[in-house]
Design a protein around this ligand. Structure first.
Ligand SMILES: [Zn+2]
Length: 122
């Protein structure tokens, strides 16, 4: 099994509902997003997938989130924009863009600081 990982970043504001703690107030994070894909067969060039294609697909999704107030994104109007839900949101969108009979998005991890992250694996 081959596994590749691509790391990208975005910055945004959020505010968690039904939550007591620092994140109930409006504030921002510089999220680091790690995307992992796996597959058993390489292509003719010896790659699972071009890193650039993964970066472009991920950045296409992050464009909507970058420098936004996440609570205003339709998916997060009622669902909290927690790192867990952000990871799941990116996982769902990226899976529908990149998954095929050879490659699968296996995990998306959202780091909201250097010390804390949440992952979603479907
Ligand atoms: Zn926060």
């Amino acid at each position: 099994m081959y596994k590749i990982k691509v790391i990208t970043r975005f910055a945004a504001a959020h505010q968690l509902r039904n939550f007591r703690g620092k994140c109930e107030k409006l504030h921002g994070h510089n999220w680091k997003i790690e995307v992992s894909l796996t597959g058993q067969k390489l292509n003719d060039a010896g790659l699972l997938i071009d890193f650039k294609d993964v970066e472009e697909a991920t950045n296409g999704i992050l464009e909507e989130l970058d420098h936004s107030f996440l609570n205003e994104i339709p998916r997060f109007k009622y669902q909290n924009p927690s790192s867990e839900n952000i990871a799941a949101y990116i996982f769902d969108k990226l899976s529908s863009r990149l998954n095929d009979n050879r490659i699968k998005v296996t995990t998306v991890t959202a780091w909201e600081s250097d010390f804390a992250n949440a992952s979603y694996s479907g």
